[in-house]
Design a protein around this ligand. Structure first.
Ligand code: 5GP
Length: 115
């Protein structure tokens, strides 16, 4: 695996601009650059781990706490009715950035879409 910083590490470091919406010592969240819906947010551990199973337990807990806290806040901010919350875990599953990230995609009654 490459030692180059991932795109998301560069965002966390402030080297690539992004709309950061949440930050703790271990976790950051920012708006997706190509949103599937208004408010589409990515929650990431600040340190890069490629796959879910590589996340230390405490970091995984921090990521999930952020997801739980942010999901209703995002829904409220964009007046959504629900959300898809998910992880593409591995390239065959559609993971493009090799740095664990949880998608929060707001959904709206009748939007007819798929995540
Ligand atoms: P994946 O397919 O790996 O689960 O999702 C990667 C997500 O990262 C995509 O939704 C894509 O739009 C988003 N993304 C890729 N590059 C950037 C970037 O430089 N900035 C932001 N904010 N999002 C990005």
């Amino acid at each position: 695996m490459s030692d180059d910083p991932t795109i998301f590490e560069q965002i966390v470091a402030g080297d690539i601009p992004a709309r950061i919406v949440y930050e703790t010592d271990t976790v950051a969240a920012f708006l997706d650059a190509n949103p599937l819906a208004p408010g589409h947010t990515l929650v990431v551990p600040k340190e890069a781990y490629e796959r879910l199973d590589e996340l230390p337990e405490d970091v995984a807990a921090d990521v999930w706490a952020a997801v739980q806290e942010l999901t209703p806040r995002i829904e409220s901010a964009v007046d959504a009715d629900a959300s898809n919350v998910g992880v593409n875990n591995g390239s065959a599953a559609g993971q493009e950035v090799p740095h664990v990230h949880v998608h929060i995609v707001p959904r709206f009654e009748g939007d007819g879409g798929r995540p």
